[in-house]
Design a protein around this ligand. Structure first.
Ligand SMILES: NC(=O)c1ccc[n+]([C@@H]2O[C@H](COP(=O)([O-])OP(=O)(O)OC[C@H]3O[C@@H](n4cnc5c(N)ncnc54)[C@H](OP(=O)(O)O)[C@@H]3O)[C@@H](O)[C@H]2O)c1
Length: 270
């Protein structure tokens, strides 16, 4: 069977592809820029989820499909119904969706279909700490608001491993899996884990909400993304800081922590 992976060049998608390739699966990776995708072991094809017609040849011979529900920068995908119709026509049987944000058109179309779908709903990705890579590189400091708010952030590689497992084994149809890491960390807790992973001391400076808004604005983030960040980091739902055993249950090993994540990505902070 051929497995088509969308979002394959992303933080999580790269892990999905690597796990499937390691398992000896036939993997096709979707990218809007296949020439720069660099995904060893996978066949990389061009396609844009926002332009379903561009997916027709990518879906040929595909029986399992991994999707994301966002397009571009935090834009909910509007083409879910067309994508799901094309997938059914091509003979796809099983679909996973990495959910970023609320349920969107992809999930609604899948729920209304006869496909075997599974929604993967991680809390904060550990790759979120890459947002601090610049100030860590330049000044060994993290500047962030909402210091005491906890996050059960999850290792991107664990999200990828779960998706690969679901795509290649049955019994997950109709399920939504919320994935978390092994512990809830406050911002100083994250900074301590980053220091340990890097083997050098990184300091923490707490920003007020107003200072953080200013900082995000200066980075060019649109107002709606800034509002999303303020809620996500300042007043998250209980689910964001509640540790769950889902990764352990699905993978048969403990969820990996932030120290391990940072150790594996040291080059991003040097
Ligand atoms: N909960 C969280 O903390 C959190 C954090 C980050 C992201 N997310 C969500 O999780 C998903 C994956 O995140 P990530 O960090 O792995 O990805 P990422 O590193 O941000 O990369 C985005 C990926 O999406 C693909 N993509 C975007 N628009 C596309 C389109 N129109 N057609 C085809 N591919 C498209 C890109 O592929 P090409 O550029 O190669 O075409 C790339 O592989 C996203 O949907 C995001 O919204 C959640």
């Amino acid at each position: 069977m051929t497995i088509l992976v969308a979002g394959a060049t992303g933080n999580v998608g790269r892990h999905v592809v690597a796990h499937l390739v390691d398992e000896g699966q036939k993997v096709r990776a979707l990218s809007r820029n296949p020439l720069t995708a660099s995904l060893p072991g996978a066949e990389v094809v061009r396609g844009d989820l926002a332009d379903p017609a561009s997916l027709e040849s990518a879906l040929e011979g595909v029986t399992a499909l991994h999707l994301i529900n966002f397009s571009g920068d935090y834009e909910p995908l509007e083409t879910g119904a067309d994508i799901v119709a094309l997938a059914r026509k091509a003979g796809v049987k099983r679909v996973t969706v990495l959910r970023g944000g609320d349920k969107g058109t992809v999930e609604h179309a899948l729920e209304a279909s006869d496909l075997e779908w599974t929604f993967i709903q991680p809390v904060e990705f550990m790759s979120g700490v890459f947002d601090w890579a610049g100030s860590i590189r330049d000044e060994n400091v993290v500047k962030a608001p909402f210091a005491q708010v906890g996050s059960a952030m999850v290792h991107d590689g664990d999200i990828g491993a779960v998706i690969a497992t679901v795509l290649t084994s049955g019994g997950h149809g109709g399920r939504t899996y919320t994935l978390t890491g092994p512990e809830a960390l406050t911002v100083p807790g994250k900074v301590a884990a980053i220091s340990q992973g890097l083997g050098r001391e990184v300091s923490f400076v707490e920003l007020t909400e107003a200072e953080a808004r200013q900082e995000w604005k200066a980075q060019g983030l649109p107002d709606e993304v800034i509002e999303f960040f303020v809620v996500a980091h300042g007043n998250p739902p209980e689910q964001a800081y509640t540790v769950l055993p889902t990764v352990q249950e699905l993978l048969g090993r403990p969820a990996r922590g932030l120290v391990e994540f940072v150790e594996a990505h040291k080059d991003r902070f040097d």
